[in-house]
Design a protein around this ligand. Structure first.
Ligand code: AMP
Length: 610
């Protein structure tokens, strides 16, 4: 079930999508049969199925699993065990996910063949976009793409994020010359391991070729906004490079220098003046449209936790359409957005039935989410009975999901994952032919996310518990807390609201700043390695902030949540705030603010996802 698509052939590609989605059930049956037949002799499937490959038995006997269940198998492979523990095809590398397990990144198996499956999905995106936007062959895309550190496991397998793997592959580097596929960033600048040099060079190339740029973007909204912030900090130097026709000396990566010099052929004072004129205006509103005047849209994922960046993107983009093209993960690439120009709030993804075998665990709507961590009125509590194995029988196939219902996605992949819970909660919005379309709702358990970090309630509780012991010398108790992902600044940062009770009647104004700052730092030190990397190495998360609120604030929060429909009996303080009203209740009662003064320790030899 490995398909090819010619991105230049719009009609052929649309017909292929039509065939796949019209025959979603048959394609899924075929996919499952192929996976089971191929992998019948793997240790994993053999344990549950013997040598039988009957599909019905698969559903009956093979358990639905979380990462913790399969971790021992993955670790065996990382330590030199044979691929056939889980996969008939050799595992060629391990893909590190931004999800963590015990504070460390999860690792997903991958095979050489799977790279072609991913390429297939990327190739579909071009013709789909061409249906809605004309003339994309008349210019270039300024896509800011980056690689991340990689390590070798004890068995010699490479462990790295899925995008790093893809960008380094020949599928990406030698992508067929295609009018729709020309980027302003030379491969050398994307593949530069120094993220600052990579960013600088990509922006420089984008600015030099500004008149050719028809679309701009990055994978996730957070990365794109980080690039805008970088531009705000470096535009003078970039302009000076363009004016003089010389790349700054601190760009020391030889391949980057050569690639950029090829584009920056000679001094161009006129271009430098034009860029300087726009960048030196007091407001940067609409800067994308002003600098890259032919841009038709901004291609960044703005669904899920990235939705928090929409207002900032609208500000810089001056109303350019925001396009979320695909839904994918380290486990598997899932599907695409067939209406790329739809409003961010209406984006839905059509899962492509040839990519994996998909199953869906029904999830009940959560009635208590108005002030809660989830972004709308749906949600799944971590302890919800639907998470328990006895609910397996309720699992449904791709074509049997119902419109308006919520499900957690389960995948069986070509790469050795069987009935694996991805952890994403999706809602069915409709069907494209026989294939359902889904809105991405949220990630199971995750309450805070700024970039690729995924902090859950337990992690946050653990970190807060450690930090609050520091309050003891102050003779002060932390009585309540909640959190908020503040995306209004670039980079965004975690905010914790703390209600404190001073024992000896002393005033909150007397709080010791040094201790409170230490509390911020302790929380950051206690968060997982993905958070620490983004905060310390990538600088895509800003210093954590504690906002101390007045006595009685959390009572006011409860009153508000109850007024909005929460039950008094079952009320629990929401550990993350997304509702605007609830946030206002807290904000108006803030009396002190404290920030981390130093970034947490992050070990560069411990790689992590995205
Ligand atoms: P990773 O495990 O680091 O590969 O991240 C994959 C996860 O990112 C998915 O399981 C989703 O939770 C999230 N994700 C990927 N694509 C999208 C999208 N288009 N919209 C919202 N969330 C997404």
């Amino acid at each position: 079930m490995l398909l090819n698509c010619d991105p230049n052939d719009r009609d052929g590609t649309m017909k292929l999508i039509d065939d796949l989605t019209s025959n979603a059930n048959q394609v899924q049956e075929q996919v499952l049969e192929e996976i089971l037949t191929r992998n019948a002799d793997t240790d994993y499937l053999h344990t549950f199925l013997g040598s039988c490959t009957a599909k019905d038995l698969f559903k009956l006997k093979v358990p639905i699993v979380n990462y913790e269940d399969i971790k021992p198998y993955i670790e065996q492979i990382a330590n030199g065990g044979p691929s056939r523990i889980i996969s008939a095809e050799p595992i060629s590398e391990l893909l590190t996910s931004s999800g963590t397990s015990g504070g460390q990144p999860k690792m997903m198996p991958s095979t050489a063949e799977d790279l072609n499956r991913k390429t297939f999905l990327y190739d579909l995106l071009v013709p789909v976009m061409n249906r809605y936007v004309d003339g994309l062959d008349q210019g270039k895309g300024m896509y800011l793409l980056f690689i991340k550190p990689e390590i070798s496991t004890p068995s010699g397998l490479m462990a790295r994020p899925v995008l790093t793997s893809y960008y380094k592959s020949s599928n990406f580097r030698n992508r067929p010359f295609n009018k729709f596929n020309i980027y302003t960033s030379p491969n050398e600048t994307i593949l530069c391991s120094d993220s600052k040099q990579s960013m600088y060079c990509q922006l420089l190339c984008g600015l030099i070729q500004r008149d050719e740029v028809l679309r701009v973007g990055a994978v996730f909204a957070s990365a794109f906004l980080r690039a805008i912030k970088f531009l705000e900090d470096h535009w003078k130097e970039l302009c000076s490079n363009i004016r003089e026709g010389h790349v700054s000396d601190w760009i020391t990566d030889p391949s980057c220098r050569t690639a950029v010099a090829d584009i920056l052929k000679q001094p161009n004072p006129k271009l430098a003046d034009a860029i300087e004129y726009e960048c030196s205006k007091r407001s940067w509103e609409g800067i994308i449209k002003r600098l890259w005047r032919r841009t038709k849209y901004v291609e960044v994922i703005v669904t899920g936790s990235m939705a928090q960046y929409i207002p900032t993107l609208d500000f810089y983009g001056g109303g350019l359409p925001l396009v979320s093209t695909m839904y994918a993960s380290s486990e598997c690439y899932f599907g695409i957005n067939l209406k790329p120009l739809s409003k961010p709030s209406e984006v839905c993804y059509t899962l492509l039935p040839n990519m994996a075998y998909f199953e869906f665990l029904p999830v009940e709507k959560n009635q208590h989410s108005l002030c809660n961590g989830v972004s709308d009125s749906s949600g799944l509590k971590p302890d919800h009975p639907k998470h328990k194995p006895q609910q397996w029988e309720e699992v449904v196939d791709l074509v049997d999901v119902k419109i308006g219902h919520y499900y957690e996605l389960i995948v069986t992949t070509f790469t050795g994952l069987y009935r694996y819970r991805v952890g994403d909660i999706l809602m069915v919005t409709g069907f494209h032919n026989k294939a359902p379309q889904f809105k991405f709702m949220h990630r199971r358990n995750v309450i805070l996310s700024i970039d690729a970090d995924k902090t859950n309630e337990e992690d946050l509780l653990g970190a807060v518990t450690k930090a609050k012991t520091l309050l003891e010398p102050l003779d002060c108790l932390m009585t309540e807390y909640t959190s908020y992902a503040d995306a209004s600044s670039i980079p965004g940062h975690y905010v914790l609201f703390w209600e404190l009770k001073m024992r000896g009647g002393s005033d909150l104004s007397e709080l010791d700043s040094t201790i409170m700052e230490k509390c911020c730092e302790t929380i950051e030190e206690s968060l997982d390695s993905v958070y620490r990397r983004l905060r310390t190495h990538d600088h895509s998360i800003g210093p954590l902030e504690i906002r101390v609120v007045k006595h009685g604030t959390f009572d006011a929060l409860m009153d508000y949540c109850v007024s909005q429909g929460s039950s008094v009996n079952q009320y629990k303080t929401p550990r993350c705030i997304k509702s605007k009203g609830a946030l206002e209740i807290l904000e108006m009662r803030v009396v002190r603010r404290f920030f981390s003064r130093k970034a947490p320790v992050w070990d560069p030899y411990m790689i992590d996802g995205c």
